[in-house]
Every structure is written in structure tokens, then in C-alpha cells.
Design a protein around this ligand. Structure first.
Ligand SMILES: Cc1ncc(COP(=O)(O)O)c(C=O)c1O
Length: 376
């Protein structure tokens, strides 16, 4: 009986339990998609982490007893140098979502947040739960962000404007100089937070990014992540770049700092041009495959400069997503007021071949064929 167990018996039991746990087959640890399931719904990049990142992560894990330490500044210094900035311009966070949330909460205390409808929203939901007030501006008819209307809506009540470029879920990109003009125009009235999570996948990353405005000391915050081109979504590293006073405000509101494993992997990836080029090339190839799947079904997707494609499939996207899920292919259904738009993230090329097969079959057998070409 349990209450007659000696201390030694107890220790033996605990140790036996620990040993059996240690030998539990790895298959019971569920990280990433379950076996046989193709996940094309969170804009992850399955080509990462790079081999160099994996090696660095394993070495860092062996030192997991210690808080990360100097690697935080080592990483930020490398990123700052590449962007012509100083350490004071940098803020680190656990995935960029954390820094985005911190920024919205910080400026949400000073006023309302202005942003387009249909944009990345995890941080917005969090900010609203924290009592931050959001003001939304509709997209243009062609689904692009309406900078003119946003600029006209910046009044004394607005403390920050959030722009995601390229935008998620549309995948569409604002012209770099247009956005620069916008930032210079309204920067004396509000902070402009530009989320550049997918910037490395745009046609002209250097031109499209507004990071040069940070060197100009404009009222601009640029947010980036290691989750996309670097394929490290599970390792949780993101960063912001801004004038020192703005960076400090965000740092003061960040709650979760990155872990040493993620930081080591990020440092190993950041300058790994060979991996970056492979990653980008695979994503572009996958994007063309998905565009082609849509087009051969009479659907014209929006022009994406990201690792996902967004398209009006002419029928309810959430219902169609559910149908695809019965075949173990997971995509994203409707967002906001766009019930017929489906979003597909770039998986591995062989996964996108399965997507192609399943999409064709289900699209052509369920409901009418999208005979009409949707142009944007
Ligand atoms: C536009 C955008 N910003 C930020 C994030 C958050 O990325 P993370 O927190 O992994 O850096 C995402 C994730 O999908 C995103 O699409």
C-alpha cells in the first residue's frame, strides 16, 4: 500500500518513472504538423532552420543551464551594422509578435491605433484585450492599402499607425518610395510601425524597406522576424529597429525575451547567404506552383511578394478549407469581411504537389467550376 512505501521504494519508483520518460520514443513528442498532415496555414518556411542554425542551436542547448548573456548584443550588433544602425536602435523580442504587441500597448496608452482593414492581426487582438482602441481604414478596391485615406485619418487622437508591408494576408506590397513619403508626411503626428515580416521575399527588399528612415531619425519603427525567410518560427526570435527613444519604449513593454537556442540559431542564419538564397528560390518556385494551381481553375490570385498566396476562389473559403482538411491538407479560410478568399502558405514543393492534386479534385467536384477569371 502506498502509505507503507519506504523512502527507498519511493526513490526507486521516481527513478524508474524518469528512466521510462527518458526512453519514451520521440514520436510521442508532437512538434510541427502531425505525420501525414500538410500544413500550409501559418506562413511557416519548412526549408529552415539552416544547417548552420541547427548546429548552433544544438551547441546552445547544451549551455541551456545559463541565461543567454552576450549573444543578445552580438546578434543585435550584426543586424544593426547591416542596416547602418547602432545598438541603441535595436530591440529584441520573442518572435516579432511580442515586440508588435509591446508597441501597440505602449502607444495604445497615448491614443488610438490606426490601421488598414484586413491585415495581420494576432497583436491587434492582444492589444484590444489590453484596452487599446483600434481605428480601421478599408482597403482600396484592388485590395491594396489606402495610404491616402489613412494619412487623412491621422488626427490628434491617433498615436500610432500600423502598416504591414508586404501585407498579410493579401501578400501585396506597397511601393517603397510611396511609403517613405507617407511616413515623412505623417511622422510629426504619429509613430508609424512598419511590419516587415516578409520583406526579404519582396522583389526589391532594399528599396521596399523603410529602414533607411530609422537612420534619418524619423518617427518610424521597423519590425522584422526570423520566422519567415530564415525558417525559424518555432525558435521565436524577432527584432525592431527604431530611433533610440522609440526602441527604448518598446523594450520597456516587452515581456518575453528570446531563448539562447533561438538566438544562437538566428546569429548563425543571419549572414548565411547560401541558405537565404536556397530558401528564397524554393519559396518562389512554390509560389509559382500555387499560382498555377489557382489559374488552371480559372482563379487569378493576388500578386504575392511573400511566402503565401491569397485568392478569391468564388465560394466560401472556410467551407473549402474544411473540405481540404478532410484530405489532410490544411490551408487558411476566410479572414474578416472576405469570405471567399483562401490563403495558402508555401510548404515544401512535394507538399505543394499534393495541394495541387487535392485542390483540383475538390474544387472541380464540389460546386461549380470558377469559370470567370477574377482580376485584381
Ligand atoms: C505580418 C506578420 N507579422 C508578424 C508575425 C509574427 O511572427 P513571429 O512572432 O513569428 O515573428 C507574422 C506571423 O505570421 C506575420 O504574418
Amino acid at each position: 500500500m502506498a502509505n507503507h512505501l519506504s523512502r527507498r521504494d519511493l526513490m526507486r519508483g521516481v527513478l524508474a518513472g524518469a528512466v521510462s520518460l527518458a526512453f519514451t520514443p520521440a514520436a510521442s513528442v508532437q512538434l510541427g504538423p502531425p505525420p501525414g498532415v500538410i500544413t500550409l496555414r501559418y506562413n511557416e518556411n519548412p526549408y529552415g532552420p539552416s544547417p548552420g542554425a541547427l548546429k548552433a542551436a544544438a551547441e546552445a542547448a547544451a549551455l541551456g543551464a545559463y541565461y543567454p548573456g552576450a549573444i543578445e548584443t552580438d546578434l543585435l550588433r550584426v543586424i544593426a551594422r547591416r542596416n547602418g544602425l547602432r545598438l541603441e536602435n535595436m530591440v529584441l523580442s520573442s518572435g516579432s509578435n511580442e515586440a508588435l504587441q509591446a508597441a501597440l500597448v505602449a502607444w495604445g496608452k497615448k491614443g488610438r491605433i490606426l490601421l488598414p482593414e484586413l491585415t495581420y492581426s494576432d497583436h491587434l487582438d492582444y492589444a484590444q484585450r489590453m484596452g487599446v482602441e483600434l481605428v480601421r481604414v478599408p482597403l482600396r478596391k484592388d485590395m491594396s492599402i489606402d495610404l491616402e485615406t489613412i494619412a487623412a485619418a491621422v488626427n490628434d487622437s491617433i498615436s500610432l499607425v500600423y502598416i504591414c508591408n508586404p501585407n498579410n494576408p493579401t501578400g501585396m506590397t506597397l511601393d517603397g518610395d510611396m511609403l517613405r513619403d507617407f511616413c515623412r508626411l505623417i511622422g510629426n503626428r504619429a509613430v508609424i510601425l512598419v511590419d516587415e515580416a516578409y520583406i526579404e521575399l519582396t522583389d526589391k527588399p532594399q528599396y521596399t524597406s523603410v529602414v533607411d528612415l530609422v537612420s534619418e531619425e524619423q518617427n518610424v519603427v521597423v519590425m522584422r522576424t526570423f520566422s519567415k525567410i530564415f525558417g525559424m518560427a518555432g525558435l521565436r526570435v524577432g527584432y525592431g529597429m527604431a530611433r533610440p527613444d522609440l526602441a527604448q519604449t518598446i523594450a520597456g513593454h516587452v515581456m518575453a525575451w528570446p531563448n539562447g537556442v533561438g538566438l544562437a540559431a538566428a546569429l548563425a542564419s543571419y549572414t548565411d547567404e547560401e541558405f537565404i538564397n536556397i530558401s528564397r528560390a524554393k519559396i518562389f518556385e512554390g509560389r509559382e506552383m500555387v499560382n498555377e494551381t489557382f489559374r488552371k481553375n480559372g482563379i487569378e490570385p493576388l500578386a504575392s511578394q511573400t511566402n503565401f498566396v491569397y485568392a478569391d476562389i468564388g465560394r466560401n473559403a472556410t467551407e473549402f478549407r474544411q473540405l481540404m482538411a478532410t484530405r489532410n491538407v490544411l490551408v487558411r479560410g476566410s479572414f474578416e469581411h472576405y469570405p471567399n478568399y483562401l490563403r495558402v502558405s508555401m510548404g515544401k514543393l512535394e507538399e505543394l504537389e499534393v495541394f495541387d492534386r487535392v485542390f483540383n479534385e475538390l474544387y472541380q467536384s464540389s460546386g461549380h467550376m470558377g469559370g470567370e477569371i477574377h482580376k485584381y
